[in-house]
Design a binder for this molecule. Structure first.
Ligand code: ADP
Length: 400
């Protein structure tokens, strides 16, 4: 009898008995053999359960969403890493109530509703764990079909913050573009009405009206061009067409194109360009980037100032530096100037024909090439814009 007890103890303690042979009467021997079969079956079941648990855990870990498993009493039975990270479930959430673990009454109420109705429930929640609120969609999916037979529920947490932000950016963009289009259009309408009512304007007044209309029509075309360019750059299929070209020559050509504008504002132009700096990049986009930078340097320069354009390279990168002695940018605005439509002084930018999109275009082009753009500035003293590009962008990198 003592031997049988020891065998049962070993099986319960998951220890492998030395032998299942029990000396003694026939009954004891038979029980010993049955215990051996039982032990084998328990072992098989345990292996199977471990295998299934391993599979479930692997799936849960690989899920891009947060996943929690709760029982019918809404106690947490399992939480994957993503759930712990998204909901900031401190400590070990296993065994605690869903409300304790998530500290969110909406999720708990939805779970109660889903378990009572045996039907999925989805709620949107906004958390304030960090300084930036995050938006989650939480879906509760009961396990099993009917209330008395429910085993619990799966709580899936999806982070929609980036999606919401992207939607907001798009909405702001559309609102900004409409606003920017409305200004010149209402100016056109106003002047056209004036001219229709009284076509015989004094010559000086007529010239002023036509000049204003021309200025706004130029702004309108720049805006449309910039919006289109940005839309192309941001499109998923946006591709660069890299080729090997002489960047030094490209910069010299831009300087030549802008000569008249430099002269008109009495700007001294200094260049520090090596004879032939060859890079592999998209020449059209690089030229667009240079135009925007030089355009800004001119627009925000004080008359009789200077602009310095230099090119240099290190082991992997080339640096294009456009420096001006203009009005400069206040430190608080500096981090935001690459945002679409961000302008330090809206009226001034409009006055000089700006669209507020130039620097976002520069940033996009630099990033598509695997590079970056950096601004340094001192209010009242001037601004330095530095674009860093890898000397060779491979076609495959550029497309991705
Ligand atoms: P904009 O068409 O208004 O020039 P950008 O996107 O090119 O738009 O630039 C955004 C803002 O950054 C400008 O409105 C201006 O306030 C500021 N800025 C850009 N470049 C310079 C510069 N070289 N000097 C001073 N301010 C600048």
């Amino acid at each position: 009898m003592f031997r049988l007890e020891q065998l049962i103890d070993d099986i319960l303690g998951q220890r492998k008995p030395r032998s299942f042979i029990v000396r003694g009467n026939r009954v004891a021997r038979r029980i010993g053999l049955q215990l051996e079969q039982l032990n084998e079956r328990v072992g098989n079941l345990r292996d199977k359960a471990e295998e299934e648990q391993f599979g479930t855990q692997a799936v849960m870990t690989a899920l891009p969403d947060g996943a929690l498993l709760i029982d019918t009493a809404r106690r947490v039975r399992f939480a994957n890493m993503r759930a712990q990270e998204l909901l900031q479930l401190g400590g070990d959430p296993i065994g605690s109530s869903l409300l304790e673990a998530t500290r969110d009454a909406t999720i708990d109420a939805a779970a109660r509703g889903a378990l009572l109705a045996a039907a999925p429930q989805t709620v949107a929640i906004k958390t304030a764990f960090s300084s930036v609120p995050r938006h989650f969609e939480v879906r509760i999916e009961p396990i099993g079909k009917e209330t008395p037979y429910l085993a619990g529920a799966v709580v899936l947490v999806r982070d929609l913050t980036d999606l919401k932000q992207a939607e907001q950016v798009r909405r702001d963009f559309v609102a900004n573009v409409s606003h920017e289009l409305r200004t010149p259009l209402s100016i056109f309408r106003g002047y056209l009405e004036t001219l229709l009512e009284n076509p015989r304007q004094p010559p000086g007044e007529l010239l002023r009206i036509l000049e204003t209309m021309e200025r706004h029509s130029n702004r309108l075309s720049s805006l449309v061009e910039d919006v289109l360019s940005l839309a192309q750059l941001e499109a998923n299929e946006s591709k660069l067409e890299p080729e090997s070209f002489d960047l030094s020559e490209c910069v010299r050509a831009v300087v030549r194109d802008w000569q008249q504008k430099f002269v008109r504002k009495h700007l001294e132009i200094q260049t520090d360009i090596p004879p032939h700096l060859i890079i592999t990049a998209d020449p059209v986009r690089v030229q667009e980037m240079l135009y925007n930078l030089v355009d800004n340097a001119v627009k925000y320069s004080k008359p009789n100032g200077w602009i310095n354009i230099s090119l240099n390279r290190d082991a992997d990168n080339v640096h294009i530096v456009v420096k001006d002695s203009g009005i400069g940018i206040p430190a608080r605005d500096l981090p935001r100037i690459f945002e679409r439509f961000y302008r330090v002084d809206k009226a001034r930018s409009r006055e000089v024909g700006g669209t507020g999109l130039g620097l976002s275009i520069v940033k996009h082009i630099a990033q598509l090439h695997g590079g970056a753009v950096h601004a340094a500035s001192k209010l009242g003293e001037g601004t330095t814009m530095t674009v860093t590009l890898p000397s060779a962008v491979r076609a495959r990198d550029a497309a991705s």
